[in-house]
Design a protein around this ligand. Sequence first.
Ligand code: GLU
Length: 555
Amino acid sequence: MDNLENLKVLASLIFPDVAENETVEYLETVFPKRNISENAKVTRMAPSPTGSMHIGNLYGALADERIAHTSANDGVFYLRIEDTDEKREVPGAVEKIIKYLGAFGIEFDEGASEDGDLGAYGPYRQRQRAKIYHIVAKKLLLEGRAYPCFCTEDDLKKIHDEQEAAKENFGYYGKWALHRDMPVEEAIEKIKNGEKFVLRFKSLGNPEKKIDFKDSIQGNLSFPENDQDFVLLKSDGIPTYHFAHVVDDHFMRTTDVVRGEEWLSTLPWHVELWRACGFKMPRFCHTAQVMKLDEETGTKRKMSKRKDPECTLGFYFEKGYPAKSVIEYLMTLLNSNYEQWRSANKDASYRDFQFKSSNMGNSGAMFDLAKFNDVSKNIIASMTADEVYENVREWASENDADFYKLLISDENYAKSFFAIGRGGKKPRKDFACWSEVKDFVSYYYDGLFKVEESFPANVPESDRKAILKDYAEVYSPEDDNSAWFEKVKAISEKYGYTSDMKAFKENPEAFKGSVTDVSNIIRVAVTGRNNSPDLCAVMQVLGKDRVLKRITAFA
Ligand code: GLU
């Protein structure tokens, strides 16, 4: 038998599931080029269903989604589930991915969904695509670009040890690739005998030669050609990532593969494999990793699920950060010109920004929790009292049942305290997330109110009591800001606390204190703190009974 006939026998032994007419050409007709406009980009998120969702996933998904949807009206962003490692799969992980991303406003146009698959390029779960991988692998085998390898763990270890001793590169390649040139008859024999094997790629690369590669984020790259005969199909017929992504991104017609820069090291493998399959390579965008400044060492390091709570997406839900804050901050990390655009387009949606992969940094995106909190404070400061109320209520309904009850017991009351200091040129920036709200507004509820801070130390108790007693007598809930202040000033003067701040600053010794001490006495009595939003407004919201009760308690 000639070699091709032998190869055909070998192929039918390895791929009994692939019929004669099931060829790569046939797949090309089943998954034709997409009928989309010239500029439209097709991107995908391709997570393993391990149940863990971290900020890097969201960062990548946002880049994918923006690239697809800013390219053209018919750009496509799809979800592919890379579930080849069954052991790591966690039930419900797909639903979680969709739900979590949906909570951040990131929706897929196509792909795996909660009730099956959506779209014409599926199945979108790799375990259901075995046949498709086998069709492509069969072609590679028949063309001499793949071969079965029967090496055991021990064989591979021996090769590794010998390479170490000989100070040669590790791996399965060239002269070290034991079964690369095994006669086909022998391979047939071994398979017939039930010997276990994997299918390896047969590399024709020469590491002395260089490949030039243009990455949409990293720019022009140059690296040695691959010579590794890496595994395409494992012994159970399941593909490795390297093989699966080539087949999937080709037949799902991805135009832009956006993935983490950890894949740059195996990019030479992928380039050779794409070419060997005869597929046109898509554009590649290798994204920088999300980094942070290590608090202990002061050095830049990769964000870690173990060390950094802000790494997992659950953190943002538990703390109650608005999705808008997270997206806004990630946009500033993703595109270098986003902040500039934002300052010129204050009220625009981030979706109006012209997102470009070429404006993505290639040196690690620094996630700074303090900066993120500032962004979030600004976002919350720009919300209306009604929006704040709705958001806090929703967060509390899932995270703090007691606070939730208080909030819904009197909706208008809550909205009126959320309204204080909102709007205008300099809105208050009191909280970055909803879990910070309860503490901030606790004094509006008698059940939560407590005196947390002390009265001004320079005011003797007798003065303090007299001041509060006098104030209780003149207080009127109808007082506007200036009437309120006039009363406080008058009481201040009566007890020797000047209302002339200029005079006080110049010669503080001449007075017992100033009007600030007096208003702070009222503030501590009413709110329990020496810092609060505009006290007159706070008292108007609290209402006559509460205010009088709290003041007289200390008078
Ligand atoms: N499943 C791969 C991962 O989670 C996907 C990489 C890619 O986007 O191509 O790392």
